[in-house]
Ligand binder design. Structure first.
Ligand code: ATP
Ligand code: MG
Length: 408
């Protein structure tokens, strides 16, 4: 894409109403725009990143036998009354529609997916089943000050699994733990992300969170210093003095962002909706459920929190809006022609260049490239053309090198 055609512009100054690094950098670089506290638009560059994150998650869910659906955002009040959460889900945003009944804007979808599954699940032969969606969720978050880490309107991938036995749920839950780490690996967050025990609700003692160490995170976890494989959320630390994985007693405290959360729901949502199946012995039983959430928009903010410097964002290649940022420096026609040609070639080979074809100074182009954070910078200037070359530099490295245009 030619930068002269890009709808957005970068901002020199940090927006006055943002405190978090992710919101400041993403706004300045033209990835997002704030409409209200905790409510953002995703602009062309931002949406490219978000779609890449979503697609990583989608690929992993499909590989884990998930089937993608899209459930409604508007939920009738009755569904939420059936589980007692119309009154008890604190962040529920309720709507009054003139002449009609009450609705909620979905903050999560157990109240929709359980009655949905009831229409297809009758016998043990229909199980297990795995349904997921990637969709906008709404929560009335009281503290929406951390940019994309906590918003009132956000994307969530939520998968719901349906099982005939607790053993079958356990197996899938275990598998999902591995799948989640694959997602975080592909998003460049694996090294800083810990499997963390958190409160589990009714069916199991714990749920598992995926917590990524970052200063801006709102959670506190205790990482076992013996196995370094497991952490405990501060909310339950008093009840769990030793590491359940290795019995270690030494922990390091860290601030983290919860990027994912998986739960064994058991029959908590199947029972109120009478979601049952006939087992091999002909007896009716409640379906056993699990749910698995991950937040693409929170992931995007977390990636920026842990991958930036004082000049701007440093995108991991897997989620970068473009792989190459091509800069043409200098006004002369020869440079323009060489840069245009390279741009056309790269585009034809589908390597996704963003091409800075504008008439700006070298200093301005370099500063903007660093702010936007595309992984590879290619520069064509009078100096490089003398060598029939282009200068290539990684966003996270100091050294640049010349390579022949023909070799690129
Ligand atoms: P938190 O404790 O941070 O409020 P939660 O435990 O309520 O989150 P879940 O219901 O487990 O969140 O949601 C699954 C995932 O959705 C989270 O792991 C996170 O990635 C994302 N998510 C939840 N709430 C928000 C939010 N307000 N803004 C952005 N992403 C969110
Ligand atoms: Mg959670």
């Amino acid at each position: 894409m030619r930068q002269s055609q890009l709808a957005t512009k970068t901002l020199r100054e940090a927006p006055k109403d943002e405190q978090s690094v992710n919101a400041i950098l993403l706004t300045r670089a033209g990835f997002i725009d704030k409409l209200a506290a905790g409510v953002y638009s995703y602009l062309p560059l931002g949406l490219r990143v978000l779609r890449k994150i979503e697609n990583i998650i989608r690929e992993e869910m499909l590989a884990a036998d998930g089937q993608e659906i899209l459930m409604p955002v508007m939920h009738p009040r009755e569904n939420w009354e059936q589980t007692g959460r119309w009154e008890n889900f604190e962040a529920l945003i309720k709507l009054k529609i003139a002449g009609e009944k009450d609705f909620a804007l979905g903050p999560t979808h157990e109240e929709v997916v359980a009655p949905l599954a009831k229409k297809f699940v009758f016998s043990y032969k229909d199980l297990p089943a795995y349904l997921f969606q990637i969709q906008t969720k709404f929560r009335d978050e009281p503290r929406a000050k951390s940019g994309l880490l906590r918003t009132r309107e956000f994307l969530m991938k939520d998968l719901y699994s349906f099982h005939a036995s607790a053993q079958d749920l356990d197996n899938y839950y275990q598998k999902m733990t591995t799948v989640y780490f694959k997602i975080f690996e592909r998003c460049g967050l694996r090294d800083k992300t810990y499997l963390t025990l958190a409160s589990g609700g009714t069916f199991s003692q714990f749920s598992h969170e995926f917590q990524t160490v970052c200063e801006a995170g709102e959670d506190t976890i205790f990482i076992c210093q013996n196995c370094k494989n497991l952490a405990i959320n501060s909310e339950i630390k008093n009840a769990t003095p030793a590491c359940p994985a290795c019995s270690g007693m030494e922990f390091a405290k860290a601030k983290t962002a919860e990027v994912g959360n998986i739960f064994k729901l058991g029959t908590k949502y199947s029972a109120p909706f009478d979601l049952k199946f006939k087992d091999r012995d002909g007896r009716e039983k409640n379906v056993i459920m699990g749910c698995y959430g991950v937040g693409p928009t929170r992931l995007m903010g977390t990636i920026v929190e842990i991958s930036h410097d004082d000049k701007g964002i440093i995108w991991p290649e897997s989620v970068a809006p473009f792989k190459y940022h091509l800069l043409a420096l200098g006004e002369n026609a020869e440079i323009k022609k060489a840069a245009d040609e390279l741009y056309e070639k790269l585009t034809a080979q589908r390597v996704e260049p963003l091409y800075d074809d504008r008439e700006l100074s070298a200093g301005e182009k370099f500063a903007e490239a660093d702010l936007i954070g595309i992984p590879h910078r290619l520069v064509i200037s009078e100096k490089t053309l003398k060598e029939n070359s282009v200068e290539i530099k990684k966003r996270n490295k100091k050294e640049a090198k010349l390579i022949k245009i023909s070799e690129l």
